[in-house]
Design a protein around this ligand. Sequence first.
Ligand SMILES: C[S@@+](CC[C@H](N)C(=O)[O-])C[C@H]1O[C@@H](n2cnc3c(N)ncnc32)[C@H](O)[C@@H]1O
Length: 810
Amino acid sequence: MAIQKKHGKGRLDKWYRLAKEKGYRSRAAFKLVQLNKKYGFLEKSKVLLDLCAAPGGWCQVAAECMPNQSIIVGVDLSPIKPIPRVISFQSDITTDKCRATIRSHLKTWKADTVLHDGAPNVGTAWVQDAFSQAELTLESLRLATDFLIEGGTFVTKVFRSKDYNPLLWVFKQLFTSVEATKPPSSRNVSAEIFVVCRGFKAPKRIDPKFLDPKHVFAELSAPNPNNEAKVFNPEVKKRKRDGYEEGDYTQFKEIPVADFINTTDPIAILGSYNKLSFHQPPGGDLAMSTIDRLEETTDEIRTCCEDLKILGKKEFRNLLKWRLKLREKFGLVVKKKKAQEEGEAEEVAEVAPMDEELAIQEQLHKMREKETTREKKERRKENEKKRKEIVRLQMHMTTPMEIGMEQVGPGGDDTTFSLRRVDKAGARDAVVNARDLPVESESEDEDSEDEDSDDDGDRLERMLDSMYDQYQERMEDKDSKLRAKKSRKQYENDEWDGFSEDNKSDGEDDENEGDTEAAQSTAEEPATNSLSNNASLFFDQDIFQGLGGEEDEEDEEEDDEEEDEDDEDDEEEEEEEDSDTEEETPVSKQKNKNKKKSEKQDSEWVDSDNEPDYLEEPRKANGQLDIDIITAEAMALAHQMATGEKRATDVMDDGFNRFSFRDVDGLPEWFIDDEGKHSKLQRPITKAAADAIKEKLRAINARPIKKVMEAKGRKKFKAAQKLEKLRKKSALLADDEALSERDKAQSISKLMSKATKKKPKQQVKLVVARGNNRGISGRPKGVKGKYKIVDSRMKKDIRAQKRLAKKKAK
Ligand SMILES: C[S@@+](CC[C@H](N)C(=O)[O-])C[C@H]1O[C@@H](n2cnc3c(N)ncnc32)[C@H](O)[C@@H]1O
């Protein structure tokens, strides 16, 4: 059971806040709400008497729940501010005057329900309050018996004390059903219980003893205590069930040490008593004298027992240890548990749990709170780890390199850098994009903590990457330029054919063979397939020159054989072949032309082995490259080349600059993208080139797009159809002999005017982007037909334009 604070803000719990919210005068109002929810007596009542009603929370609830025209009378020692539909007055419920006043208000009516929530010493008039709680309850019962109707309900607050059971016994004599319950809004730390007595028996004569506190709460004489049994057989001793002592305001409390040894709750004793007494009664006490004589009971222990209020932690610990030792000596340790279990079982049975749903909800709430605190803790831990990892990365303590090096070491079964393995591990894309790669620890000796933090680093990287992807997607949705840029980038990435699907399937049969094929294909790509410039340059390096493909070798062999067979015809055939191919395509023509031209300039440029990939580009009928120059830089370059200001070799030279071979491996994409904006050669743009591009774009914009053309075509077609219909109709009218010529002419002209009448244009509603419409996407609420979202400025401008146009028209 959670212990709630009894003071300060601990009192301001959720019921307090709820009461404030709902306008109830006290949090106690919820106790009645919950009691009524369980027993439903208020809705059935027409006359209600609220004893001890101030400040009036219960009266408010009663006024809410009871039928209209009901009579509600509230009384308290303290004044009650007026409540609609409630009669209230100030009086002591134990007096005859109070009884008379109630009678005057109720007249001949009998009450269906009597409520009593009285508590002595809690109201503002506590000085006048002389009764104990139990006595007050009995007094309220007396009033209830005076005013209750037969079958009526009496709801009262009772405190768990030694008087509780006698009270319950009295209730049972007067009511058919008596149930004790504790509403959820009643604090757990409070000893209060509510007893709902239903079905008032309304006996003609009530035995005065039932309502006489002296008689009801008279103590039964206890049997002589067996002190020996008390110490040695504690299971026989029943747990003290006196509950809270009424009116015990004594400051100094002492308790016999034997009780301290026997108790199941030593902490409570140490906390609430001032002294553990070794004092024995006149007749002597075996337990006490035994404890006194034992060697464990040292002088120090005795001194500690003298004044518990001045002891520190250490002394308390000593006392508890001493108690345990004595209990062991008396053999009480195991038995104590049993006794406690029994005691607890009994206690639970006393109070019926109320409103299970509410209890479950509360429990769920607690569990959820626990869960969130746990999650928060974990998140904090995780963040701390990530922060450390970033610091490590920044200090170059971890390197995002050596990708897959340990898996396939040199001299292993696989080739040194088996791309296929990388591919199989699903990291091909990662290699291409130089990201998402797991960073492997550099040495196996690194401790597990480092591995963990490496994993965290990877996770952080991946998180950043995915966040960046999401950001880009969002931006692409908004910006078509970005979309185009992405598709261009994708296209460039797709050009990397180093790991073709074919190779993949081959490789599954024979790894080694596949590998050579992969190598071969990569070596061949520059010549046959269109690789990106970077890739071409990469494979142009000397290291790849020696790598010949199987096909090449076969071709060579075949050539050799042919050479052997017919040496003489070889040269002629070759010449013929060359001329044939030259004639076949304009591409080769162009190639040849290029060859001849560039022989003067640069022999490398037309090296057939290094055929540039632009040969795959679309060409015009005359064999010229069909290049659409769309950027000012390209236009400027084209201009420079056309005027001879720049040569092809210059362009190639320009290709080798400090940005050409930027090492982007292992760098996150967002970083590359960000850098890419600036890490490139800034090419000069001429004014003429910029103007030419502007002109070109203007022309492109002026060109009607396909959809507009289609719409225009549809319009034309529909007009033709309409005309045809009209023609047919007017022909019919003209042939109608029943009509006079004048009527015919009139009907035809009517038809024509109807056809030529333009449909009124649908108005475009201007919706100002303010209030709820600010920043919305899609149709604003309550707008039908065509609409346009504008800002208020635009709306005003349009109105002004219209006004001006009207003025001009006048
Ligand atoms: C817990 S408060 C009642 C709260 C009330 N049910 C409500 O919902 O606002 C207890 C009240 O009992 C009143 N009380 C105590 N002894 C009384 C007595 N002898 N006669 C009348 N009222 C008494 C106190 O003045 C105090 O206002």
